[in-house]
Write a protein that binds this ligand. Structure first.
Ligand SMILES: [Fe+2]
Ligand SMILES: [Fe+2]
Length: 173
């Protein structure tokens, strides 16, 4: 791999490792939710906090993928069907996130919505990791430069610069 260019700092992470780490983190959070669901007590406060974190993580993850990674990959690989499918799956996830944003644990279908969101994300992640990422690697994209751009954008978004990931993300300025 000889794609490092002037822009990438030493030790910089490549785009695929960043996204794969996010996937693991989110998967673990969905597993934690399942544990809360199976607990004897209702665990409503814990559920509510966890689901907010899941939705924020996913929202930022999808946004940096779309703005930076997907855009570059779509241009570099000849597979619009694969990329279109990923877009539609993101839209489906956003729809459930928007519904959950209006809900509280204990509401009708709350647990089911979180569960289905987790199942959909699982399916989507599998397609990214098994199909999209190998194609991106083959296409010889500058994954280190893309990784740096994604981290920068993530910091912006987490500082309140545009992810509609919930009200508690107050603008920092
Ligand atoms: Fe994605
Ligand atoms: Fe992803």
């Amino acid at each position: 791999m000889t794609q490092a260019k002037a822009k990438s700092a030493p030790g910089a992470k490549d785009a695929i490792s960043i996204l794969t780490e996010d996937h693991k983190k989110v998967k673990k959070m969905f597993m934690d939710f399942k544990k809360l669901m199976n607990s004897e007590d209702k665990k409503e406060v814990e559920k509510s906090l966890l689901v907010k974190r899941i939705c924020e993580e996913l929202t930022v993850h999808m946004q940096i993928e779309e703005e930076i990674f997907y855009r570059a990959v779509r241009a570099a690989i000849d597979d619009d069907d694969l990329m279109d499918e990923a877009d539609v799956e993101h839209a489906g996830a956003r729809d459930l996130i928007a519904q959950l944003d209006e809900m509280e644990p204990g509401d009708d279908h709350y647990d089911a919505k979180v569960t289905v969101l987790g199942e959909n994300v699982d399916h989507h992640v599998k397609e990214e990791q098994d199909e999209m990422f190998p194609k991106a690697k083959k296409a010889k994209l500058d994954l280190t430069a893309l990784g740096a751009q994604m981290l920068e954008r993530r910091h912006e978004l987490q500082a309140g610069g545009g992810a509609s990931a919930g009200k508690k993300n107050a603008r920092a300025a």
